[in-house]
Design a protein around this ligand. Structure first.
Ligand code: PEP
Ligand code: MN
Length: 265
């Protein structure tokens, strides 16, 4: 079990320090699944910033189930994220899939994401643990809480104390109406077991944009420290995860609803 106080992860974004932690305001990370082009990433950054997000998310390297699906624009997408960071002042969160890309990702990202599919890629965990940028560790789709905490331990043991745990839904038996099963019970359970900050990603958790707002609100009611929400200027045309992406307008509404129910944004 956890000993002592909750730890805080402090991230220096261009707009100032943002702190993830139990006793801090809710941190909202928003943006598209994939960085598609300059116009869409800059527009999304502006819109989510105006709505109250402090981080922009967007994939440059995408872990797609099919090798024939859009794989992300790679290095050129990192340049676009850097541009969006400059224009908006938002912090940047993007995923590393291959340790060979880690240095160039760490140059532009404020937080480095390890995705669900790499949660137990122990050599990658050791490498993100041996560099200074904070790490967002998503829960594997079939990982127990113990597996997940041990994966976090790999990063901590390699010397990086700045780890945020992100629940993004686990694989259960119903895939007809939801993509995954968002396990909100992790919020109180992690609170008991670990000092690390908690993030909930309802977008990948449910897989359908119409269900995202309810689960975002439920996550706050459960006591999450932060949220990750996929937002795309034109979800119908998105190159990945369009069905679960909110429009900027819908995201703006959601932020207003969230402000009413609890933990101040
Ligand atoms: C993502 O954040 O776009 C992503 C691929 O997430 P996950 O690893 O949770 O599937
Ligand atoms: Mn996605």
């Amino acid at each position: 079990y956890r000993h002592g106080e909750a730890s805080e992860v402090v991230v220096n974004t261009p707009n100032g320090a943002v702190v993830f932690g139990e006793h801090q305001p809710l941190v909202v990370v928003a943006g598209p699944c994939s960085v598609e082009n300059e116009e869409m990433i800059v527009e999304t950054a502006r819109r989510v910033k105006a709505a109250g997000a402090t981080f922009l998310r967007g994939g440059a390297y995408k872990p797609r189930t099919s090798p024939y699906a859009f794989q992300g624009h790679g290095e050129s997408a990192l340049d676009l994220l850097a541009k969006a960071r400059e224009v908006s002042g938002l912090g940047i969160i993007t995923e590393v899939m291959d340790a060979a890309d880690l240095d160039k990702i760490a140059e532009i990202a404020d937080v480095i994401q390890v995705g669900a599919r790499n949660m137990q890629n122990f050599s990658l965990l050791k490498k993100v643990g041996a560099q200074p940028k904070p790490v967002l560790l998503k829960r594997g789709m079939a990982a127990t809480i113990e597996d997940w905490l041990m994966a976090a331990e790999y990063i901590l043991a390699s010397g990086n104390p700045n780890v945020i745990l992100c629940e993004r839904g686990i694989r259960t038996f119903d895939r007809q109406y939801t993509r995954n099963t968002l396990d909100l019970s992790v919020v109180p359970v992690l609170r008991k077991l670990t000092h690390l900050p908690i993030m909930i990603d309802p977008s990948h958790g449910v897989g359908w944009s119409e269900f995202v707002p309810s689960m975002a609100m439920a996550a706050i009611a459960a006591g999450t420290d932060s949220l990750m929400i996929e937002v795309h200027p034109n979800p119908a045309k998105a190159l990945s995860d369009g069905p679960q992406s909110l429009t900027p307008d819908r995201f703006d509404n959601l932020m207003q609803e969230l402000a009413v129910i609890g933990k101040a944004v």
